[in-house]
Design a protein around this ligand. Structure first.
Ligand SMILES: [Cu+2]
Length: 367
């Protein structure tokens, strides 16, 4: 071998060794988000929302949340109809997650061994991989962690989307919820003035499709996969047997009614992952409404009824001016009063005669 060849070979060898050493000793690639402060968000059962600030304090954060996937049988109406549902964190809808623009949401999704089906999660608020759906498929006995950046301010749904006809089946079994991403400097009206609220309620509207037997009674199925073809037939009619708030008929009425007082501003977040709806507050109005949920757009004002398309969430803020019981509902009144899509809001405080007064009590007339 020539002397120059030998030298060249040694140089190449040394170069390879140096590059190899660099590869092994260089630290693991870190992301911007790895350097941010971490907060753990305690998720709460709907219609309640996690504690949060309307205006962000400090810079962006990584918000860690954990959700367990549940498959179980629940009662969905006053007649005792039983339905096997799938749920995020054991509630229908799944819990609301709250963040500000530029925060990161880091979700740990857990499917206990006793589950029977594959699940995942598609966040409409996120960007890429089918909303995270492509990166979160898990089988019973598995967990996955997904982190995504909140770039768009607004209220957005999330739902399970395992593929094919499993997508609508899982969604109409209850696998959906919502995320609220607030602008860092809070909400603004069309003139740029801040809008605040004293409390927020989160209503998930759910359509169920329960098959009936030959006598017209709702059917119950013993095993987890049973009834899929029957349910598919009802689903194809596009006519739900139940349209409910928070998982069951009457779940936000009576002792579970929403509460407020005169002078309080309340935000109502309304999510529907599958079907169009038209929220309305009987006895009040939508002072500020973001019908499609985008906080980038100025809110519409003083609406009587607004529209939330299927696959979206909307937000409304109303300041209560009178005490009494209000009804917050889907103003397709058949869906509200016969299928179940209504809630009560019990408001305490002093009556304002100037806004309304009964001038004469119901009195017999002489004909
Ligand atoms: Cu699922």
């Amino acid at each position: 071998m020539k002397k120059t060849d030998h030298l060249l070979r040694n140089i190449v060898l040394v170069l390879i060794l140096c590059l190899g050493a660099l590869f092994f000793i260089s630290p693991a690639k870190s992301d911007e988000a790895d350097k941010l402060p971490v907060v753990i968000q305690e998720l709460v059962k709907p219609p309640f929302v996690p504690r949060h600030n309307i205006v962000a304090k400090g810079g962006p954060k990584v918000i860690k949340v954990r959700m367990t996937l549940t498959e179980k049988v629940i009662t969905i109406d006053e007649e005792g109809t039983k339905l096997r549902v799938f749920a995020f964190n054991d509630s229908i809808p799944g819990p609301l997650i709250v963040a500000h623009v530029d925060d990161y949401i880091e979700l740990t999704l857990v499917s206990p061994k006793k589950n029977n089906f594959e699940h995942n999660i598609d966040f409409h608020a996120s960007t890429g991989a089918l909303g995270g759906g492509g990166l979160t498929h898990i089988l019973p006995g598995e967990a996955v962690i997904l982190r995504w950046k909140a770039t768009k301010p607004g209220v957005f749904v999330y739902h399970c989307a395992p593929g094919g006809s499993m997508v609508p089946w899982h969604v109409v079994k209850g696998m959906n919820g919502a995320v609220m991403v607030l602008p860092r400097d809070g909400l603004k009206d069309r003139n740029g003035n801040p809008i605040t609220y004293d409390k927020a309620y989160y209503i998930g509207e759910q359509d169920f499709y329960v098959p009936k037997d030959e006598y017209g009674r709702y059917k119950e199925y013993l095993h987890p996969g049973d009834g899929f073809s029957d349910v598919l037939k009802v689903m194809k009619t596009l006519t739900p047997t139940h349209v409910v708030f928070n998982g069951a008929v009457g779940s936000l009425e009576g002792k579970n009614a929403l509460k407020s007082k005169v002078g309080e501003s309340v935000m109502f977040i309304h999510a529907q992952s599958n079907r169009d709806t038209r929220p309305h507050l009987i006895g009040g109005h939508g002072d500020y409404v973001w019908p499609n949920g985008s906080f980038n757009d100025p809110p519409r004002t003083n609406l009587e009824t607004w529209f939330v398309p299927g696959g979206a969430a909307g937000a409304m803020i109303y300041k209560f001016r009178q005490p009494g019981t209000y009804v917050y509902l889907n103003h397709n009144l058949i869906e509200a009063f016969i299928l179940g899509a209504k809630a009560e809001v019990k408001v305490t405080g002093k009556w304002n005669d100037d806004l309304m007064k009964q001038i004469m009590k119901p009195t017999k007339i002489v004909e």
